[in-house]
Write a protein that binds this ligand. Sequence first.
Ligand code: NAP
Length: 318
Amino acid sequence: MTQAPLFRRVALVGIGLIGSSLARALRRHGLAEHIVCATRTEQSAQTACALGLVDQAFTTVGPACDGADLVMLCTPVSTYADLTPHLAPMLQPGCIVSDVGSVKQLVVRDVAPLLPAGVHLVPGHPIAGTEHSGPEAGFAELFEGRWCILTPVPGTNQAAIDRITRLWQTCGSSVEIMEPAHHDKVLAITSHLPHLIAYTIVGTAVDLEDDIKAEVIKFSASGFRDFTRIAASDPVMWRDVFLNNRDAVLEMVQRLTEDLAALQRAIRWGEGDKLERLFTRTREIRRSIIEARQAYGPFPPTQTSVATPTRETDNAGD
Ligand code: NAP
């Protein structure tokens, strides 16, 4: 027996990597009767239609959100404050507004106060991504085997949370509920700091003299290459992440600086045992991540269940 779609009309505001992956997954799993999108440029609107991602594409958010029972914000988080006043008047009571943004306290600040009574806000963040952008970059399997974190504030309509949970579960994700501030702290260390480090290392290499720079590229497979993939992530998205999760990121940078200073001292004083102890502990972390099936690797998983189709190359950008 085929089930009725979870949503009648889904409006995707933004149809880049994440929006277009969601559109593909919604189609594949029959989660929406109609899918429409709003983009900034006519070109992306045309591409979304040509790829068959949506039934209709707009370049303004109001008409796209008119009559929607789900509005999903899939634009850079700095756009939320400007876009929400244009979409809010179109929303009917019962409509759910959600998002995929990489920082979550900002949603409570920039979106929640502008929504009409009876509209349910269920912010979310799929922990999945790549370093690519735009409607052509998406793929339906992006969310499979990944986590999606939802950050509803206390008092949010439970039925709305359940529907968004079902949406992400049907797309292949496991769902966890978290407080927005806790999300931003956890992601500061698991995602934002690694990206900051990658941007820094690649930036340092760019500033080297020309002869060394050429060899950095030539011998990049020795480690540098992995940083360049992360550092190729979308500049606008990452500018927004750092500016909107400033406190948590700065706290993690402070801790990293202290730990780096300790490592520097250990190297200077030839304290090999300290280095070896740390590197043994960090190796264990890698093993745990593989066992949690959030990465492929040389350590065999302890469970014999089917491995998720997680692609190691898709780990940047979330
Ligand atoms: P993307 O590929 O660059 O796509 C951004 C989309 O937003 C495009 O469709 C763009 O339209 C549209 N857009 C930008 N500014 C707009 C505006 N002012 N009005 C209307 N539409 C606008 O970005 P993405 O990687 O999908 O990221 C989207 C969101 O997902 C971000 O909030 C990010 O934090 C979050 N996220 C990203 C990843 C990742 O790995 N990339 C992972 C998890 C969550 P045009 O094409 O017409 O410019």
